[in-house]
Design a binder for this molecule. Structure first.
Ligand code: CTP
Ligand code: MN
Ligand code: MN
Ligand code: MN
Length: 389
């Protein structure tokens, strides 16, 4: 083949925010493997290695066809030696020994189970793992000290493990809209995260809320959660206040990926009948009658009841920051990370979910739409459905 034989390979840009990454792609047999290694590196507190594997996987997601030989990888960015070794082995043998042994390892499985609990991060999970604990059952059995969030996480573990469907997200959207409009007419609500990117399932449902009149959104969250509580729709909630002050923590803080909006991590109580009505699915009394008996006392058994627990994130943004919040809460996480890296390294700007700061001009750049932000950054606009990096 000619050196410039493959035009698509030549066009592959190195930052994920420069590329279109659809939800469905041709190389999951490779990306799933690389993402296991990425996840495992994260469990071992090796962020650099974790991001390297994730970037490699992301490049393969953007390819217009299935990788069939190492030749297909020529000229592609972000593929380090280690990733290439793994890919080569999968192409030749059908699987990678390193990936398979990681997948089977006690540490990987325990860390996955423990960090899968709402409220449990890598650090806590690792401490429990080193103490010999492997699962939520072990936490209950040994009477581990849990905070309120983790207690809810263990209580609703089985439900929260089950993917949230688009039909369920739509029902929750209706509920959130009703709650928000009951306490603040004229407020605007937008579905964010994976569902905005076109995913059919998610681990939670994310919403961004604002009001066109700046200031009207202040103190909104407690009103929303009180309304939801009165309706018996909330199983758990924790609200944190808006702590963003442009003057105090603009440029320096803007590079931190943790935003400072008023926000609420919650668990909704979702009636299954509401979902089957809406999606006219076949969920029925039969599912209920064949439900297993509870094996873990103190845990909600979803099969046996008419409702399930669903994780919901609510974020309130002032109108002036809405475009930045929208961009920051659409994801994917890698896409967001790459946007901030692009802004810093290529443009001397710092991007957050609140603002875009230009270090050369020493000023904040205002934006009403995501399109304007991409334009400031010198990037082609990528629609949400192609931000699945
Ligand atoms: N996010 C954030 N700060 C956090 C948590 C999340 O800014 N503390 C942003 C992420 O960058 C992402 C979006 O919120 O853009 C949604 O995050 P999350 O719900 O964790 O992921 P999804 O992409 O929605 O995927 P999933 O379907 O698993 O929920
Ligand atoms: Mn290596
Ligand atoms: Mn989400
Ligand atoms: Mn979320």
């Amino acid at each position: 083949p000619k050196p410039n034989g493959d035009p698509t390979a030549m066009l592959m840009k190195s930052y994920a925010c420069q590329r279109r990454t659809p939800l469905k792609h041709y190389n999951s047999f490779l990306t799933e493997a690389l993402e296991i290694l990425s996840q495992n590196a994260e469990y071992n507190d090796n962020e650099g290695r974790s991001v390297a594997f994730r970037r490699a996987a992301s490049v393969l997601k953007a390819l217009p066809r299935r990788v069939r030989s190492m030749q297909d990888l020529r000229c592609l960015p972000c593929l380090g030696d280690h990733s290439q070794r793994v890919i080569k082995e999968i192409l030749e043998d059908g699987s990678s020994r390193e990936v398979e042994s990681t997948r089977q390892s006690e540490q990987y499985q325990a860390m996955k189970a423990l960090t899968g609990i709402f409220g449990v991060g890598v650090r806590t999970a690792d401490r429990w793992f080193r103490e010999g604990l492997r699962s939520p059952d072990d936490l209950i059995r040994t009477g581990q000290q849990l905070n309120r969030e983790q207690q809810a996480g263990v209580q609703y573990y089985d439900d929260l493990q089950k993917p949230v469907t688009k039909a369920e997200a739509d029902v929750i959207s209706d509920i959130v809209e009703k709650a928000v409009h009951a306490v603040l007419p004229g407020a605007e609500i937008q579905l964010m995260g994976g569902f905005r990117r076109g995913k059919e399932v998610g681990h939670d449902v994310d919403f961004l809320i604002t009001h066109p009149e700046e200031g009207k959104e202040e103190g909104l969250m407690p009103k929303i959660t009180n309304w939801l509580k009165e309706q018996g729709l909330l199983l758990y909630q924790k609200t944190t206040r808006n702590s963003y002050l442009e003057k105090m923590d603009g440029p320096a803080r803007a590079s931190s990926n943790m935003d400072r909006f008023e926000r609420c991590f919650s668990i909704f109580k979702l009636q299954k009948s509401a979902v089957s009505c809406k999606s006219s699915s076949t969920a029925s009394a039969e599912d209920v009658s064949t439900a297993r008996e509870s094996e873990r006392p103190g845990e909600h058994q979803s099969e046996a009841s008419g409702w399930r627990a669903v994780r919901v994130d609510l974020v309130v943004s002032p109108y002036s920051q809405f475009a930045f919040a929208t961009l920051g809460w659409t994801g994917s996480k890698l896409f967001e990370r790459e946007l901030r890296r692009w802004a810093g390294q290529e443009k001397h700007m710092s991007l957050s979910s609140h603002a875009l700061y230009d270090s050369k001009q020493n000023l904040y750049l205002r934006a009403k739409t995501e399109e304007e932000i991409f334009a400031y950054l010198g990037l082609e606009f990528i629609p949400p459905s192609e931000r699945n990096a």
